[in-house]
Design a protein. Structure first.
Length: 116
């Protein structure tokens, strides 16, 4: 069974940092792009960041540029999201995904709450 399992979410004060991890099991995604979306209460799921299969390219939503950093370790089948200078509006459930040619896989999400 293929799974993407996020971890690292939690409660943090504004200005703080969190590092999310997304570990894949059941198959390797070393040749697939991976990334993160988030969904705040009452809002649509929105793109956060993505990274190419070898980590050579990364992409960010405008509001995260400069504060968030995506990375991956293909040996561990894991993608990370380092989030700095967090704001209350970053509060959301964060979902990782993987995009192999067979179709997108999603994780179950991890809650991030930023208090003011």
């Amino acid at each position: 069974q293929v799974q993407l399992v996020e971890s690292g979410g939690g409660l943090v004060q504004a200005g703080g940092s969190l590092r999310l991890s997304c570990a894949a099991s059941g198959r390797t995604f070393s040749s697939a792009a991976m990334g993160w979306f988030r969904q705040a209460p009452g809002k649509e799921r929105e793109f956060v960041a993505a990274i190419s299969w070898n980590g050579g390219s990364s992409y960010y939503a405008d509001s995260m540029e400069g504060r968030f950093t995506i990375s991956r370790d293909n040996a561990k089948n894991t993608v990370y999201l380092q989030m700095n200078s967090l704001k209350p509006e970053d509060t959301a459930v964060y979902y990782c995904y993987a995009d192999p040619t067979s179709g997108r896989y999603w994780g179950q999400g991890t809650q991030v709450t930023v208090s003011s």
